[in-house]
Design a protein around this ligand. Sequence first.
Ligand code: GLN
Length: 295
Amino acid sequence: MNNQEFKTIREALQKASLQFGERGIQNPRLHAEVLLQHLFGWTKAKLLAEDREPFPVDKFDLFQSWIERRLSGEPLQYIVGVQEFYGRDFHVNRSVLIPRPETEILIEEVLKRREWWSTSARSPLIADIGTGSGAIAITLALEWPEAEICTVDLSPDAIRVAQDNARRLGADVRFLQGDLTEPLLQNHLRLDVLVSNPPYIPSKDIEALAIEVRGHEPHLALDGGEDGLEPYRRITEVLSRLMREEGPTLVGFEVGIQQAHDVAGMIERNWTGAQTEIIKDLQGIDRVVLGWKRS
Ligand code: GLN
């Protein structure tokens, strides 16, 4: 595509949609609209109202580079730098997994049980292991203001993204750098609630993921070891040391396809007396595993 090919914003929209469609990208028109909205800092309404205006020559190269990045498989969210999660905009870059809508189920299930702590004198301590962009931790901090939130991530780059999101969204969250449960144990924290969406893709399955995921999202956030269950194994092995002895206590994991029963079993074996429940996502896939003790 060269500068001669579109004169107006509407033509730019049409060209870009066509190219995305030809490449087999789902919702090509929406992709083109989102890129143009970000290019101009406009709402969709303004974009559609102004689409007869000439396309600004000084924005051409940037728009062109964004189209090429998307055509080469880069997710839209990394190009525009943002993904909405639970009604808020989270900044993202290649150091963090793009928050997924399924993960909102984990949030909802935890928040449904908030009242378990309503008579408690102290604020419940929640930890989010493998926080990435901070989507889970920051959402819980904002939706459950009485709780204290602590997050762990191995990647200092991810922590920087999450810290920026926390600051921008006004969430009070503590950040610990380290491997899974290690920083929590080192700090002798005893949790009321543990949540995690750890890497859970079996190593051998990474190559079969879509180019958007395998070629651009951090493998550190995807690769769950040989069977994908390694992070759950390592977390549940220390659950009884990590969780407060006095209930109520709650553990919530997001899990991958066909992992829920294994993960529920790990919770039950390692955390004596815990009950478990499996919750499906909107596609009917077992997506969240909860474990809890009430007393
Ligand atoms: N939900 C992500 C995917 O399917 C994987 C996230 C994870 O490993 N925790 O690509």
